[in-house]
Design a protein. Sequence first.
Length: 135
Amino acid sequence: MKTKMLPDSLCTKLFTIEQEHRRIAAFADKVLEEMGRCDGSEAITGLLNRFEILCKLHFLKEEAIMKETGYTFLDDHKRLHELLLINLDKFKQCGDVSAQETVLLFRNIREDIVTHLLNEGVLLNDFIRLNGCVR
Ligand SMILES: [Fe+2]
Ligand SMILES: [Fe+2]
């Protein structure tokens, strides 16, 4: 038996998180696509900077929402976000690699981030299902 329902405002935020996951995954695909056909490193750097900002803003928003919901594993989750951003930053710093290596390295970064998003998407759905939304 349900003892509480999530407030509508919180449910809206949780659904927004899912939309952002799709946006981040699509942006990562766009970066990969551009890497495959573009030899201008400035354009790629610009895209990577925008991708990093997108991830950072998302992680901050998500952590705030997790805090609001009383998510038990917030500290562990924050650490995961930090690691993903550290790896992305390391990737941005590795200058002397071929275009082919760059694509392979970014593919790994994308894989790690998208896997993270998919995993928490499942957790989020379970959380909403268990608590229920006032809609
Ligand atoms: Fe996350
Ligand atoms: Fe997320």
